[in-house]
Ligand binder design. Structure first.
Ligand code: NAD
Ligand code: TYD
Length: 347
């Protein structure tokens, strides 16, 4: 099998590439990534010499390049993670999200269709998406696979658009596909623009911890390696044409999560209890901020026998120690353009 993983140099993609190399040593694993600010080959240093691994530097917004790569490498399976992934950036530049997340996905769909249409057997287009496409919940209820799409941010609208196109290519042209929609991930290698790594980095550097609005927003959190495990289970045993919700059964308000994070970091750094909490600063809210996301992951649990393997406390502790032990990685990604982004977003 020739397995194409897009966005494999990013946060989740790098964990998926590593897991697939280990699980499928006889298959060829191709990692296609444009290496935007979020892509980093340092994430894959440990596996770059694996005999069944090939890195392809390419941009999914380039239709001709996608077609040429499908012709050259004869991919059988696609696991599509490449995307613009940060809500705050989508508020600043929605068009970039349309280009990457919608046009980029269409380019991959068109290339796959052109190469596969004579015989779809053994082929799969597996699209990785987010729970944010379902919009925002009140204090009750959970997102199921049947929940109507109701995206509120340019990011979630662009992911919803890409999900719709994948499904439409399945219905219209018979392209074999699966979609999964996952809750918020955290863990090693996450770019420090998202809540958890940004706050870890700011705690380390004793900088303010910018809590948006009243801090009472709720997210469901899943350790990234458990997401990668879920992707593998769906890849192997998921039913074509189906959607699977993936979640951690783990809802936290931002402020409660931040308090726990601060306590763990103080312990890990040997700082006096309460030191990091003093850095908490309430700042202007994100426009259109979704109040609550919560996933009902019973379908994947019951049908595919997947469930999270680490508790939130364990996962957070592992994540904090990863960032403390990988200060070079953190310094590498927070120099240069990151400083400009940070200034614009927070100062
Ligand atoms: P990320 O931002 O860390 O990584 C995205 C990767 O895509 C980077 O390596 C980047 O270089 C690459 N990329 C961006 N534009 C590209 C282009 N035009 N061509 C080729 N490569 C390009 O993102 P992530 O957090 O790892 O998310 C991966 C996927 O999972 C995304 O599709 C995202 O929507 C989805 N997802 C993320 C989360 C989360 O909590 N992070 C939750 C659910 C779903
Ligand atoms: P984020 O990690 O950006 O994920 P998403 O918006 O996709 O859920 O944010 C998680 C939550 O944390 C969200 O409610 C916004 C909030 N947040 C802050 O309060 N401050 C910050 O600096 C960031 C980045 C996020």
């Amino acid at each position: 099998m020739n397995i194409l993983i897009t966005g494999g140099a990013g946060f989740i993609g790098s964990h998926v590439v590593r897991l697939f190399l280990k699980s499928y040593p006889k298959d060829k694993i191709y990692n296609l990534d444009a290496l935007t600010y979020a892509g980093n080959l340092e994430n894959l240093k440990d596996i770059e010499d694996a005999p069944n691994y090939t890195f392809l530097k390419a941009d999914i917004t380039d239709a001709e390049e996608m077609m040429a790569l499908f012709e050259e490498h004869d991919f059988d399976k696609v696991i599509h993670l490449a995307a613009e992934s940060h809500v705050d950036r989508s508020i600043e530049d929605p068009l970039q999200f349309v280009k990457t997340n919608i046009i980029g996905t269409l380019n991959l769909l068109n290339a796959a269709l052109a190469i596969w249409k004579k015989d779809f057997s053994g082929k799969l287009f597996y699209h990785i998406s987010t729970d944010e496409v379902y919009g925002s919940l009140g204090s009750e209820g959970l997102f199921t696979e049947e929940t109507a799409y109701d995206p509120n941010s340019p990011y979630s609208a662009s992911k919803a658009g890409s999900d719709h196109f994948v499904r439409a290519y399945g219905e219209t042209y018979g392209l074999p596909y699966i979609i999964s929609n996952c809750s918020n991930n955290y863990g090693p290698n996450q770019f420090p623009e998202k809540l958890i790594p940004l706050f870890i980095n700011n705690c380390i550097n004793e900088k303010p911890l910018p809590v948006y609005g009243d801090g009472q927003y709720t997210r469901d959190w899943l350790y990234v390696i458990d997401h990668a495990r879920a992707i593998e289970v769906i890849y192997k045993n998921g039913i074509q044409g189906e959607t699977y919700n993936i979640g951690g059964f783990n809802e936290w308000t931002n402020i409660d999560l931040i308090h726990m994070l601060c306590e763990l970091i103080d312990k890990e750094l040997g700082r006096a209890p309460g030191s990091s909490k003093k850095l908490i600063t309430y700042v202007k809210d994100r426009p259109g901020h979704d109040r609550r996301y919560a996933i009902d992951a019973t379908k994947i649990k019951n049908e595919l026998h997947w469930e999270p393997s680490v508790t939130f406390e364990e996962g957070l502790a592992k994540t904090i120690s990863w960032y403390l032990n990988n200060s070079e990685w953190l310094q590498g990604v927070t120099s240069g353009n990151y400083k400009e982004y940070y200034k614009k977003q927070y100062l």
